[in-house]
Write a protein that binds this ligand. Structure first.
Ligand SMILES: NC(=O)c1ccc[n+]([C@@H]2O[C@H](COP(=O)([O-])OP(=O)(O)OC[C@H]3O[C@@H](n4cnc5c(N)ncnc54)[C@H](O)[C@@H]3O)[C@@H](O)[C@H]2O)c1
Length: 290
């Protein structure tokens, strides 16, 4: 871990409601995976602004350091697929800070393609990062939060975790799993004072859309992810607006943080009629494939 600049403590009282707490008079402490880029980076910024001591953790260690330098937090190189590394980081932060208030299991990859062209490598890699990465974070942090009697786990899923999102089956499957994991854990954790939320954003303007299928065979859908997302959404959601939604949702201890409004509408459509939602998704496939 590097760049451990400490944040002063008292917070503005908005967003996460973060304030200097009782534990050794230290500022609340958060780990944000995927903190080098996009949504994770914006979450690091917002938490830092609120006086939370943040550790930006990422496979892209240099990127995490840049986040740390920019927003006055700490950074760590971390591969979330490595269970032991995740546990070591979580335990180290708790030991050094004396508390662990938030863990944002946010790191993820985009994987796209038609069902017939995606290989088992696409599936395995997506499951490793998007699902196991979250499992590792939960498995390491939850016992610590139970022992503390408080803490908030915030997992990033996707609107694809609530809807039948086609042309990215492994992604959709892992994000549905993260939603299920998070809601079920929330039910277990409630009696112990531990909070669990899950973030389900629609297409958001981050670098994720420019490097789909990282280290994997490329597909037409993967290489055109930004264009497809823009055609589907009309306009991509801004990462700053999403970070504000996340801060508000976390402060209010929402089970699900779904944004933007068009995403909430799509989710409502799925609940009203799953088969109609599949028909709409099939139309979108036809439109995207020309
Ligand atoms: N951008 C979108 O449209 C969108 C929509 C819904 C959900 N999401 C989800 O939001 C999360 C953040 O995505 P983003 O849009 O900010 O993407 P991004 O590519 O900008 O950031 C993702 C970060 O995760 C890191 N990462 C990837 N694999 C890792 C690993 N094995 N260990 C540690 N770090 C790793 C990357 O280095 C990167 O810094 C992801 O879980 C993504 O699935 C994104």
């Amino acid at each position: 871990m590097s760049g451990a600049a400490e944040n002063g403590g008292t917070a503005g009282g908005d967003g996460t409601g973060a304030r200097t707490g009782a534990a050794g008079g230290r500022a609340r402490t958060a780990i944000v995976t995927g903190g080098a880029s996009g949504i994770g980076r914006a979450v690091c910024r917002e938490l830092s602004r609120r006086g939370v001591h943040v550790v930006a953790a990422d496979l892209d260690e240099a990127g995490a350091e840049r986040t740390a330098k920019e927003f006055g937090c700490a950074s760590a190189g971390l591969d979330v697929t490595d269970a032991r590394a995740v546990r070591e980081l979580v335990e180290r932060v708790r030991r050094e800070r004396g508390r662990l208030d938030f863990v944002f299991n946010n790191a993820g990859i985009a994987v796209g393609g038609t069902a017939d062209e995606l290989t088992l490598d696409h599936w395995d890699r997506t499951i490793d990062v998007n699902l196991r990465g979250v499992v590792h974070g939960v498995h390491a942090a939850y016992p610590i939060m139970l022992e503390q009697g408080h803490g908030h786990i915030v997992n990033t899923a996707s609107l694809a975790g609530l809807t039948p999102a086609p042309l990215m089956l492994p992604y959709t499957a892992t994000k549905h799993a993260v939603v299920g994991l998070s809601l079920a854990l929330r039910a277990e954790a409630r009696a112990h004072g531990v909070r669990v939320s899950v973030v389900c954003p629609g297409f958001t303007d981050t670098p994720l859309l420019d490097h789909a299928n990282p280290g994997l065979p490329q597909t037409a859908t993967g290489s055109g992810a930004r264009e497809s997302a823009t055609r589907t959404m009309g306009r991509l959601y801004s990462v700053d607006a999403l970070a504000a939604d996340i801060m508000r949702g976390v402060a209010r201890n929402r089970a699900l943080i779904v944004a933007p409004a068009s995403g909430r509408l799509a989710w409502r459509g799925v609940r009203l009629s799953p088969s109609a939602a599949v028909r709409v998704a099939a139309l979108a496939v036809r439109r995207l494939r020309g």
